[in-house]
Design a protein around this ligand. Structure first.
Ligand SMILES: [Mg+2]
Length: 248
């Protein structure tokens, strides 16, 4: 069957985090304090922002630990609501959508698309391929879209930008891949997945019958996951059009 669609992982496949200035454990509290301030603006809270950050982080850790086995995706909106509720914020002051907006997610400082991303996506699009994204993020896609918009990448993915938070499951759960294929309207044999994570991206894509291309991380990656065999390994996305041409 001809290849009609190419789906990509987002972080470290399209977006380069190697120059990210800071770390997640410093970045996340900044966003959580935005939500705390939003809550405190509308309601006389009896806890400080540290308590809010602490409670959120505790709940988030529990969910991510459980997700290793269950692959049930945590969702930042649900976590924010549950955190506020556990700290005694009354229901009428809890609004998931407003919390998500207040969180204020955008491109993290220093992150950018890999140098070849625009030229490769434009070329693939020019060849008529449908393009899609599946990201293992606990941020719903409307939040990650802020990054895609800032990097002028949204244009390439009109039909399928899927976050695990929205799908309910994390890669490598087959449901996430099936959901993305349905959005694009192709079968697994008509689609290729490209990602940097052997366990999430390669194993997951292959489990539903897609071809899987491993964008090998500059640092190597792997470990015990080396028994997961991609259909091809590339160092840069520039290798992708030629590779897919061989599979057509
Ligand atoms: Mg990745």
């Amino acid at each position: 069957m001809p290849i009609r669609a190419i789906l990509f992982d987002l972080d470290e496949t399209l977006i380069d985090w190697s120059d990210f200035r800071g770390n997640w454990w410093e970045l996340e509290p900044l966003h959580l304090r935005n939500v705390y301030n939003y809550i405190a603006d509308g309601f006389p809270v009896e806890f400080d922002s540290d308590k809010f950050v602490q409670e959120f982080s505790r709940r988030s850790r529990l969910l991510w630990n459980a997700a290793r086995d269950s692959l049930v995706a945590p969702h930042v909106g649900t976590l924010l609501v549950e955190t506020a509720s556990a700290l005694g914020v009354p229901d009428e002051h809890i609004d998931r959508d407003q919390f998500i907006t207040a969180y204020g997610w955008g491109p993290a400082e220093g992150t950018r698309p890999f140098a070849e991303v625009h030229r490769v996506l434009a070329r693939l699009k020019g060849h008529g391929f449908e393009l899609g994204i599946i990201t293992n993020s606990f941020l719903p896609m409307r939040m990650r879209d802020a990054e895609l918009d800032a990097h002028d990448l949204t244009q390439y993915f009109p039909r399928c930008r899927l976050s695990a938070a929205d799908a309910g499951f994390l890669k490598p759960h087959p449901e996430v891949f099936r959901r993305a294929l349905t959005k694009i309207g192709v079968g697994p044999k008509e689609a290729v997945f490209v990602g940097d994570n052997l366990a999430a991206d390669i194993l997951g894509a292959k489990s539903v019958g897609m071809k899987a291309v491993w964008r090998k991380p500059a640092a190597g990656g792997g470990g015990r996951e080396y028994d997961i065999k991609p259909d091809a390994t590339i160092q840069t996305l520039d290798e992708l059009p030629g590779l897919i041409a061989m599979w057509l």
